[in-house]
Design a protein around this ligand. Structure first.
Ligand code: XLS
Ligand code: NI
Ligand code: NI
Length: 437
């Protein structure tokens, strides 16, 4: 890296909670051990290419504001290659060990598929050099199947077979590039896999097409020897009125119905959870219960604005809840915490990218330490376990083992009288969590 893209920003260092330096970590200390693993091993932070390098920060009422001096705004491969080094300088200075991209974030979409593929190959070589120079790795890749006009009515769920074919070709290439770069995962986010109106939509047919594309992806993964994980990313709407991958439970049902359970896991995003009317913890717990939590898109929404605002996570309750789930699961394997988040439109200077990520990383470092302390303390886990103890022996154990049916339970209930219950102690447990925050 000869040219410097963020000349006024040093490598962000850990300075501890007393530091007043805004360009320092107060809590994220990569090498610090938390329960036998370093923070960087637990958290596996990734930067998102699309937000960091490609998002001009426009909103529905106004255009781009972001100042990105290294970017000449052209669709040239040269510009794309220069951007690679800007991204990697950013990742390195911020201490982000991973990155994620869409094919069209890193390389331009040109006049035809062959030309776009060539451009992607050329930029992938540059990415490979940057990975080798920095040790930064690819958490996951994906294909952008929602921006181009051809995908106006979906990609795999488009009513046009030629569009399906184009999408399949694009996914094939993006998977191969992800594999070439040693990616640990590959994401399917169905940006326009849904509908705008049911008057023109055959849901059954569209869902079977979506499943067909995913089956082809599973087959191609095996064919090329890609050992990373495949993930579906749920989101209920936006840009479609209704997206088929609405939430975790819907995705799990879809995978089961089409025989894909076990082949794909989920990449769960906070702002998508809240758009679906769930908490992030709900989405994570539902996925974990099905052994299907793969990775996390770390961000948050805004309580007052109704859309996917993709803000950086700073809420300690949120990061604590997420890390409680991740630790209970036993940690990430192929997944990590990808900051699928962007600065506010008002925060248009390059320096803001650093403040944003530092805040997100510090918030997760605290969430990790707090969640670890809660688990070590053991009272929360003990309460939860004890709450179900009537299923550990006696009639409960027989129910769980499938040894009794209605007749036995009727006889038992007739003999037992009115069942006793105990308080759920929600307030006490909320107070317990606050002891640690
Ligand atoms: C958009 C999604 C997208 C995916 C990757 O809302 O979060 O950024 O993570 O296609
Ligand atoms: Ni996302
Ligand atoms: Ni999103």
């Amino acid at each position: 890296m000869s040219e410097e893209f963020f000349p006024t920003i040093p490598k962000i260092a850990y300075e501890g909670p007393k530091s007043r330096n805004p360009l320092a970590f107060k809590h994220y200390n990569a090498a610090e051990l938390v329960g036998g693993k370093t923070m960087r091993e637990h958290l596996r932070f990734a930067g998102a290419y699309w937000h960091t390098m490609r998002n001009g920060l426009g909103d529905p009422f106004g255009g781009a504001t972001a100042e990105r001096p290294w970017d000449d705004g052209s669709d040239s491969v040269e510009n794309a290659k220069r951007r690679v080094w800007a991204m990697f300088e950013f990742l390195q200075k911020c201490g982000l060990d991973y990155y994620c991209f869409h094919d069209r974030d890193v390389a331009p979409e040109l006049n035809d598929l062959a030309a776009s593929n060539d451009a992607l190959d050329a930029v992938a070589e540059e990415l490979k050099k940057a990975q080798q120079a920095t040790g930064i790795r690819l958490l996951w890749g994906t294909a952008c199947l929602f921006s181009h006009k051809r995908y106006n009515q979906g990609a795999a769920t488009s009513p046009y077979a030629d569009v399906f074919a184009y999408a399949a070709a694009q996914v094939k290439k993006a998977m191969e590039i992800t594999h070439r770069l040693g990616g640990e995962g590959y994401v399917f986010w169905g940006g326009r896999e849904g509908y705008a109106t049911l008057y023109n939509t055959d849901i059954k047919r569209e869902l079977s097409h979506l499943a067909a594309l995913l089956r082809m992806a599973v087959a191609h993964k095996k064919k090329i020897g890609f050992t990373g994980a495949l993930y579906i990313e749920p989101k209920p709407r936006e840009p479609s009125t209704h997206q088929y991958d609405s939430d975790t439970a819907t995705c799990l049902n879809f995978l089961r119905e089409h025989g894909l359970m076990g082949e794909l896991k989920l990449n769960i995003e906070t702002n998508h959870a809240t758009l679906a009317g769930h908490t992030m913890m709900h989405e994570l717990e539902v996925a974990i219960a099905a052994n299907a939590l793969g990775s996390i898109d770390a961000n948050r929404g805004d309580e007052l604005i109704g859309w996917d605002t993709d803000q950086f996570p700073t809420d300690l309750y949120l990061t604590t809840q997420i890390m409680l789930c991740v630790l209970r699961m036993g940690g990430f394997s192929t997944g990590g915490l990808n900051f699928d988040a962007k600065c506010r439109r008002e925060s248009f200077e390059p320096e803001d990218l650093f403040h944003a990520h530092i805040g997100g990383m510090d918030a997760f470092a605290r969430g990790l330490k707090i969640a670890h302390a809660i688990l070590e303390d053991g009272r929360l886990e003990a309460f939860r376990k004890e709450r179900y103890e009537s299923f550990d022996s006696g009639i409960g154990a027989k129910i769980e083992a499938g040894e009794v049916g209605f007749s036995e339970l009727e006889a038992y209930a007739l003999n037992q009288g009115e069942p006793l219950t105990r308080s759920g102690r929600q307030e006490m447990l909320e107070n317990l969590i606050n002891e640690f925050i």
